[in-house]
Ligand binder design. Structure first.
Ligand code: SME
Length: 155
């Protein structure tokens, strides 16, 4: 059965392919609908850095090398990372010292190009589950398939 959040996202993006609009709506929906999430946003790969995109939450790091932090690890591995306690993750980048757990989902274009990550933080330990992973991967796939990717993501 389709998750209610997937239904809500599909309704929100219906008829809209603009990249900026879809990014803004995507993170706003997740921040509004998911409990106990302090930050949700995109980091996009640009010249070997992960550069912050649309987000909701406290001001965060603008950029860091694309191999650093939880985001860089998920980006390089191409797989979702769930970190139950960020203090146990060597190299974690503490944009917000209050963040205690994190999930990072890599993002590919429909032509399989790795372009960035979706990052969610929580002030609670072990906030993110396998269920969240599966839901967020479904949402990210849908986002990727239905947005009009800008030139930097296609080169
Ligand atoms: N903690 C992340 C950096 C991004 S902030 O959480 C928004 C990391 O270690 O990659």
């Amino acid at each position: 059965m389709e998750h209610i959040l997937v239904k809500k996202w599909r309704a929100l993006r219906e008829g809209e392919t603009d990249f900026e609009a879809n990014c803004a709506q995507f993170v706003a929906l997740l921040k509004q609908e998911l409990d106990d999430v302090s930050w949700v946003g995109f980091y996009w790969n640009k010249e070997d850095c992960l550069v912050v995109g649309a987000y909701q939450g406290p001001v965060a790091c603008s950029r860091f090398p694309n191999h650093q932090g939880v985001c860089g690890s998920a980006y390089q591995k191409g797989t979702t990372l769930i970190v139950p306690d960020v203090h146990d993750f060597p190299g974690h980048i503490a944009c917000d010292p209050k963040a205690r757990s994190e999930i990072v989902v890599p993002i590919k274009t429909p032509s399989e190009q790795m372009v960035g990550v979706l990052d969610l933080d929580s002030y609670s330990l072990a906030r993110f589950t396998e269920e969240d992973k599966s839901l967020l991967e479904t949402l990210v796939n849908d986002f990727s398939e239905h947005t009009s990717w800008p030139a930097w993501a296609r080169s």
